[in-house]
Design a protein around this ligand. Structure first.
Ligand SMILES: *Cc1c(COP(=O)(O)O)cnc(C)c1O
Length: 314
């Protein structure tokens, strides 16, 4: 098995200030924490969350779970190829078996992930020990290392401590988009005194605060750091990208030459503009937005060269 260090992650990830009137006129400075540049394929918070799990798996096959548009499945598949570790993706939706794969699942398969489709009721019950054992058995990997859906377990949350630590003394508020909340749970714990983390959930539901408390309990034995959620910017739920949000993201890409991932990062940035316009941040606030990923499939050919951040897409 290839070691993670051999993949030469760019850590700490770059932090850069971007000039943006929508913030400047309220006396707020905006910084982008470029976790999307950590590795061209094992991008962003997925690196931070998967790295400790890959170490713990110690070369055993990795089984994980996701829906048909899961960034986490795609990152796990890429990790498997890069490190020479077998991966199995348990995908929600028996009806998808035998159909042409969507771009996300096609990419997973091309990276060598074995896809195992299960019906929705089995999928819902995947955390129950007997159901899990049956799924692992029928996938032919009874001794696999299991990473939960979305990749958030205690090891993953601890892996995100470094994100907070890299930002100590560099910002007053650090904002991140949330799916499972694992990244926010670790980030908040890693920040220094006087700093706070702000999560923008991309799923509808209002259940996330409890889940983040649970994850911090599992990872650290209790609540850590200062964090809060603003639940207003999910735009209808996971993977919903209405035209308004898409136009906002395109405009942001042009202003700042940043490829804006639509499912998470666009909602985060939209929320930060809206909050700033509402006066949520006092003048003088230094705000850092964590850029947790990049668009998939890439919407444009790879750019590189002087003055641009490299956006590889192989
Ligand atoms: C997976 C993902 C997230 C969500 O991370 P959680 O730890 O599940 O909250 C945020 N942004 C991007 C781009 C992601 O792929």
């Amino acid at each position: 098995m290839t070691s993670l260090d051999a993949l030469e992650p760019r850590l700490p990830s770059p932090l850069r200030e971007v000039p943006d009137d929508r913030f400047a006129r309220h006396g707020v400075r905006l910084f982008l924490k470029r976790d999307d540049l950590i590795h061209p394929e094992l991008v962003g918070n997925k690196w931070r969350k998967l790295a400790p799990n890959l170490t713990a798996a110690a070369g055993r096959p990795i089984v994980t779970f996701g829906g048909a548009y899961s960034n986490h499945l795609r990152a796990t598949a890429a990790a498997g190829r890069l490190l020479g570790v077998p991966t199995v993706g348990v995908v929600r939706g028996q009806e998808l078996a035998g159909r042409p794969l969507n771009p996300v699942l096609a990419r997973c398969a091309a990276d060598g992930m074995r896809l195992h489709f299960v019906d929705r009721s089995t999928y819902r019950r995947k955390a129950e020990p007997d159901i899990l054992a049956a799924v692992l058995g029928s996938a032919g990997v009874p001794d696999a290392y299991v990473v939960p859906e979305g990749g958030s377990n205690a090891a993953a949350v601890r892996g995100c401590l470094a994100l907070g630590a890299e930002l100590r003394g560099r910002a007053d508020v650090v904002a991140v988009a949330c799916g499972t909340g694992g990244t926010l749970a670790g980030l908040a714990a890693g920040l220094g005194p006087g700093q706070r983390a702000l999560g923008i959930p991309v799923l509808k539901g209002g259940f996330l605060a409890d889940e983040i408390r649970r994850l911090q309990g599992a990872a650290f034995g209790g609540r850590r750091g200062s964090w809060s959620l603003d639940e207003r910017f999910h735009f209808g739920g996971y993977a919903r990208v209405p035209a308004l949000l898409d136009a906002f993201a395109e405009d942001f890409e042009e202003r700042h030459r940043l490829p804006v991932e639509r499912l998470y990062v666009a909602k985060l940035l939209y929320g930060l503009v809206a909050l700033t316009e509402e006066g949520a941040f006092p003048r003088g606030t230094v705000l850092a937005a964590v850029i947790t990923g990049r668009p998939f499939p890439p919407s444009r050919p790879p750019r590189s060269g002087p003055g641009t951040d490299q956006v590889a897409s192989r």
